[in-house]
Each structure stands twice: as C-alpha cells, then as structure tokens.
Design a protein around this ligand. Structure first.
Ligand code: G3H
Ligand code: ZN
Length: 273
C-alpha cells in the first residue's frame, strides 16, 4: 500500500509502535512483524543511524520502498534530528514525518528553533514531533527529569508541533526493562495537550508498563535498544551454534526472524490486540 500518513496511522490504533532500525534486515523484520500482527507501524531512522551509514539517502530509500510495498500502513520517520538541514533533506527524499530534537538546548532556544522548523515542515506537507524535558540516557542526564505540564501546553501552542515527546520516567538505551513511569503525569499531559504524546526510551519499560502508559494516554511508543538486543542475541547464538558460518545470510536470517517475532509481540502490547 502507499506510504502511510502519520495522523491516519495514529487515528487507526490506540497507540502505534515506532521501531528504530540501523540495518536493512531490521527494517525488513519490522515490516514483517507488523504484517504478521496486522497493524500499522512506524519505521524510524535516527540521525545517529544515518551518521553510521554516512548519509540519509540509501537507508531512507530502502525504508520508503519497504513501506510502499508493505501489506499494512507504514510511516517512515526521521528520529532525533538535531541538524536542521537533515530535516530538509528528509522532506526532499519523501519522508513526511520527522522528530526535531532541540531538547538539549534551553527551553527558550528549543521553542524558537522548533517553531521555525515546524513552519518549514508544515509548508512541505509534513508532520513534526518535538521534545520538551530532555529524556536522558547513556549516563548523560538524570533519569528524574520530568516535563512540566504548563510549559508543555505553551510549547505546543507556540511551536505548533504535531506531537510531543515528554519526560515521564523513561531513559534511553536501558538494557533492563525496569523503568517506572509516572502514570499520573502522563494522564495530566494527555488531558491538557491537544497533540499525541510520545514515549521515548521504551526499551526500558516492561510490557505492563507500556500497556499502562498507553492507557494513561501515550500514543507513539519508541523502541530501539531492545530490538538491538534481540538481534544481537540471536546472531550470537547462531554463530556459537555454527562457528564456521561465512555467508552472512546464515546468521542474519535467524536475527531477522527473531526481531520480526518480537515486533509482532510488542505490537500486540502497544495496540492492545
Ligand atoms: O527515539 C528512539 C527511542 O526513544 C528508543 O529508545 O533505544 O531506549 O528504546 P530506546
Ligand atoms: Zn528517543
């Protein structure tokens, strides 16, 4: 089917799973998992992953082509873009959904830069997510940061963004699914904000926590690290089983299958099916 539209995808599900990919096989697995689950999905390509590949176009082209040929709705989303030219480049290659991340700046600078980028994204017919209250991780920031409700209301109204990533207790790149989310804050943000809420760092949240967060009002659930763990564990197991393997397909195929199965399972948790 044609590349999905983010507002339509969100409207069709109680919440949508947004999975990060670095390699082609993981992008394929995310689409396969969504097709098996029978739900739409978001294929996310972060600025970090783009840096690994040395440019946007090859990975973006593959993701867009996968989306266009999928049997379910697939949105291709630029994740955690801190460079404004990268947002423009993504729009130019056909990506219509972006996260502009200026949360590392002061709130005033974040607001001013995000508003300017939102204007350009909307002029190009795109959809934009921003972040308020930096969601830390990798040791850089305290996990206790929380988004202030009144500041969030003002930020959304002044920037005109279409969705907001909020800090409610999760942290990026957690290896254990042990984060405790502030459900009361999620519910207050959902009640006060006119746009969908996005949960980042969802790898650190257990299934029951994801379900509770969605019930409280989270609409887009971002998962990256957990899929990397699933892929690497499956590849490691296969290489231990068959240490003489040379053809990468021998170990990529079980890795891809493991990721597809986990995406299918997690989409069940996210969508409540
Ligand atoms: O934007 C991507 C997500 O927030 C992924 O975070 O790798 O901790 O699941 P995670
Ligand atoms: Zn994130």
């Amino acid at each position: 089917m044609p590349l999905a539209d983010m507002p339509a995808l969100l409207a069709a599900h109680r919440a949508v799973g947004a999975f990060n990919f670095i390699t082609l096989e993981v992008a394929e697995a995310i689409v396969t998992g969504a097709e098996t689950a029978g739900t739409g999905v978001i294929l996310q390509l972060s600025q970090n992953a783009i840096a690994f590949h040395g440019g946007l176009a090859p990975a973006a082209s593959a993701a867009l082509r996968l989306a266009e040929t999928a049997r379910v709705g697939v949105v291709v989303h630029l994740d955690h873009a801190t460079d404004e030219p990268l947002v423009d480049e993504a729009l130019a290659v056909g990506i219509r959904s972006v996260m502009f991340d200026a949360a590392h700046l002061t709130d005033a600078e974040n607001l001013a830069r995000t508003a300017a980028v939102a204007e350009r994204v909307h002029a190009a017919g795109g959809w934009i997510e921003a972040e308020l209250g930096e969601i830390g991780g990798k040791g850089a920031h305290a996990p206790g940061v929380r988004t202030d409700v009144a500041e969030a209301v003002r930020f959304v109204s002044e920037t005109r963004v279409d969705a907001l990533a909020v800090a409610v207790g999760s942290e990026h790149a957690m290896r254990e699914r042990s984060a405790t989310l502030d459900g009361e804050l999620i519910a207050r943000l959902a009640a006060e904000l006119p746009v969908p809420l996005v949960l980042h760092g969802s790898s650190g949240v257990a299934d029951a926590g994801i379900d509770a967060a969605v019930r409280a009002g989270m609409r887009k659930i971002n998962i990256g690290t957990h899929l990397n763990q699933v892929l690497t564990s499956a590849v490691r197991a296969e290489l231990e089983r068959d240490p003489d393997a040379i053809d990468p397909r021998r170990w990529l195929a079980p890795g891809r299958a493991a990721v597809a199965a986990e995406v299918e399972r997690l989409l069940g948790v996210v969508t409540g099916r």
